[in-house]
Design a protein around this ligand. Structure first.
Ligand SMILES: [Zn+2]
Length: 103
């Protein structure tokens, strides 16, 4: 029993930072990262899926922190991101490389 060490998640922790990215996101919040850019990545985050902007069709990978997850429903974060993207188009603002969608 004592020899049965914790396996799995902790050992699967990514050990090397991805080269080429200027910024790495370290947060326990849900994040969205724009696809097709090499400025920002979130190596500690899992991916729920891709959210596509309805106006310009840019795609964003959205997901929770891999080891901890979040309590909220996935759909609520997707809706939040969609609202931000719509709001940015109304204001004629460019989309950001990444978004913090809260815990
Ligand atoms: Zn857009």
């Amino acid at each position: 029993m004592c020899g049965d060490r914790i396996r799995g998640a902790r050992l699967a922790w990514p050990t090397k930072e991805a080269p080429g990215y200027k910024t790495q996101i370290h947060t326990l919040h849900v994040v969205a990262v724009r696809k097709g850019q090499t400025e920002v990545n979130a190596p500690e985050h899992a991916t729920w899926g891709t959210v596509k902007c309805n106006s310009c069709f840019h795609e964003f990978l959205i997901g929770p922190p891999a080891l901890y997850g979040v309590f909220g429903a996935e759909n609520a974060y997707v809706k939040k991101l969609e609202a931000i993207l719509t709001w940015e188009h109304k204001r004629r603002q460019q989309h950001q490389n990444n978004y913090d969608l809260g815990a």
